[in-house]
Ligand binder design. Structure first.
Ligand code: SF4
Ligand code: SF4
Length: 309
């Protein structure tokens, strides 16, 4: 059973698979127990690697960090694997309320480093972790409960020092409300303190780019590793642009209002007057967040253009 499920995982693009008892799986804090349509016996943890690179240039906004498009592809790969497992007569569903990073580390697939990210040996932090619950008992790996591996970082603190917003505490924890990624593409206005850090649609990951443990991985984290979109086209957010984005990062994130709101901050941070016409239009958007971000961006550009600025 385990070999067959692992073989199916590889056929769907996953490079590693591990199985642990569902009862042992690290759950997310503050997540209520999730009820499945069957009694889950096993948690499957599947690793999908980053395997693409792309370029972006000046005056473009980007999906920085391949994680976002890898994770979208991994999500579809997981659905394919779940269907294949069902064809074997196993009840199977996407896991809910599980800490994917902690589960992967506990199953021995990698270690969690000081920047709170799970690293595999082969791909460093360039992976998406997917999890599913199974009705069958699968002969699993013994758990390793060294979830945060302080020793793997030794005396390095490059990620803590490089984080532009001080989100990393240094003890393997993160203040998630201080992380740039936490505020991107949400239906809420980005707090004023974080707006000037918004130069991409999604992704920051400075803390992974500086990490020496990523230097030997197959696909390196870099600012060239992203997908680019013209800022003007993001402000307009036509149906074609939204469809292209949805294919890349999923329909949950690629919503017109969110794209326009995030693009307004990016445009404001360029300081370029050429975006003012589009921003003026957005300042009359029916969406409150789009209006607020557009007004902020107009002020930001005006302050840069002002002779006294
Ligand atoms: S993603 Fe960016 S803001 Fe978030 S912890 Fe890493 S460096 Fe800091
Ligand atoms: S940058 Fe240094 S401290 Fe941070 S995760 Fe990488 S090795 Fe650990």
């Amino acid at each position: 059973m385990k070999d067959k499920l692992t073989e199916l995982a590889q056929a769907h693009g996953f490079t590693q698979a591990a199985f642990i008892r569902y009862a042992d799986a690290p759950k997310l804090r503050n997540s209520p127990p999730y009820e499945y349509a069957f009694d889950p016996k096993t948690l499957a943890i599947l690793i999908y690697p980053v395997n693409e690179e792309a370029e972006f240039g000046a005056e473009q906004a980007a999906v920085k960090d391949s994680y976002f498009f890898t994770s979208n592809k991994a999500h579809h790969a997981l659905n394919g694997w779940i269907n294949a497992a069902r064809e074997l007569g196993i009840e199977c569903a996407k896991a809910r309320g599980i800490s994917e990073k902690a589960s992967a580390a506990a199953a021995g697939l990698g270690v969690i480093r000081r920047n709170t990210i799970m690293y595999t040996e082969e791909y460093g932090s360039g992976v998406s972790i997917q999890t599913a619950v199974l009705s069958a008992e699968v002969d699993g790996k013994p758990l390793q409960f060294s979830v945060y591996s302080e020793s793997s970082c030794e005396d390095c603190a490059a990620c803590v020092d490089a984080c532009p917003t001080g989100a990393l505490i240094g003890d393997g924890n993160i203040i998630k409300e201080s992380c740039i990624r936490f505020h991107q593409m949400k239906p809420l206005a980005v707090p004023a303190l974080f707006r000037e850090h918004m130069t991409a649609l999604v992704g920051c990951d400075v803390c992974q780019a500086v990490c020496p443990a990523n230097q030997n991985r197959r696909v390196k984290v870099s600012y060239a590793e992203c997908r680019a979109f013209d800022i003007e086209s993001l402000l307009e957010a036509s149906g074609d642009t939204i469809s292209a984005l949805a294919e890349l990062i999923g329909t949950n994130l690629a919503k017109r209002d969110r794209v326009q709101a995030q693009a307004a901050l990016i445009a404001g941070n360029t300081g370029c007057e050429k975006y003012l016409d589009s921003l003026q239009k957005l300042s009359e958007s029916p969406n409150e967040v789009v209006r607020e971000h557009a007004a902020w961006a107009i002020d930001k550009i005006a302050s840069r253009c002002s002779p006294s600025a």
